[in-house]
Design a protein. Structure first.
Length: 261
């Protein structure tokens, strides 16, 4: 298995990013590098990254762009373009990783597939406490979890729920992995999709159109999402239309993507 570049998307929530990065430090298998894809956070985030970088066990790289609204697709393209590894694992900066997360992703990586993982959720009234205590020791029996089934890590049984398909629905960028060569082939994320919603499913559709199938995994690649208020859905209708167009036309690459970033 080649080295893994871990991409962490963030925007103006340094308390969540800190516990996320602390959980990365404790991985039993470390990524080759961690790249923060920062969609315009203020200086609190850069100060945090600078503080942690000195003792971080692998290169901790901060890719930042000006805050001109929600442009997650663009900053992810910039971050992934800079990655030095052949394999990409992508998460959001508001999750805490099980200590086997990177090792699990390495174990399920397979040529011709991208990986879709799931996540358990940390309920709203526990988020501030988890961040303040820098509590990264979370598991199935933690009392504040929602979707607890997704917190189960049973690697010996993971093959039973592994599912390969040509279906691009239910793909979330917070627990996603793919070969960088496949990402280049489809020209990455579509930069035209600004605002929240469906940029990950649209990418997955193009993967499938070039013959890269989805592998959905359970009982491995476990992560815990810190609750936050949902993003604005204002752009959702436009994104749904773009997703539908990609599927109907079986598009293999976007016109404004990785190469244009």
């Amino acid at each position: 298995m080649p080295g893994i570049s871990l991409i962490v998307a963030t925007y103006n929530w340094p308390a969540a990013l800190e516990v996320c990065l602390l959980s990365i430090q404790k991985q039993v298998k470390l990524p080759a590098e961690v790249i923060i894809a920062d969609d315009g956070s203020n200086s609190d985030t850069s100060l945090l990254i600078d503080k942690l970088r000195a003792d971080f066990p692998v290169p901790l790289i901060h890719i930042w762009q000006e805050d001109l609204g929600f442009r997650k697709s663009l900053i992810l393209n910039k971050a992934i373009k800079s990655a030095t590894s052949k394999y990409i694992v992508q998460i959001d900066g508001d999750v805490i990783l099980n200590k086997h997360f990177i090792a699990d992703h390495a174990s399920v990586a397979e040529k011709g597939y991208f990986i879709r993982g799931t996540r358990a959720h940390i309920q709203q009234d526990a988020v501030a406490r988890v961040c303040a205590q820098k509590n990264i020791h979370i598991g199935y029996f933690s009392p504040f979890l929602i979707h607890r089934f997704n917190a189960l890590r049973l690697p010996q049984l993971a093959f039973m729920l592994e599912k390969k398909s040509k279906e691009s629905s239910s793909v979330r960028g917070s627990n996603l992995a793919f070969w960088k060569a496949d990402f280049i082939r489809v020209n990455g994320y579509d930069n035209e999709l600004t605002g929240w919603g469906h940029e990950d499913e649209e990418l997955a559709s193009r993967f499938i159109h070039v013959g890269v199938w989805k592998k959905a995994v359970k009982f491995k690649c476990v992560q815990y999402h810190l609750y936050h208020a949902p993003s604005s859905y204002a752009h959702k209708p436009v994104h749904v239309e773009a997703l539908s167009h990609t599927r109907q036309k079986k598009l293999q690459a976007c016109l404004n993507g990785l190469a244009q970033s």
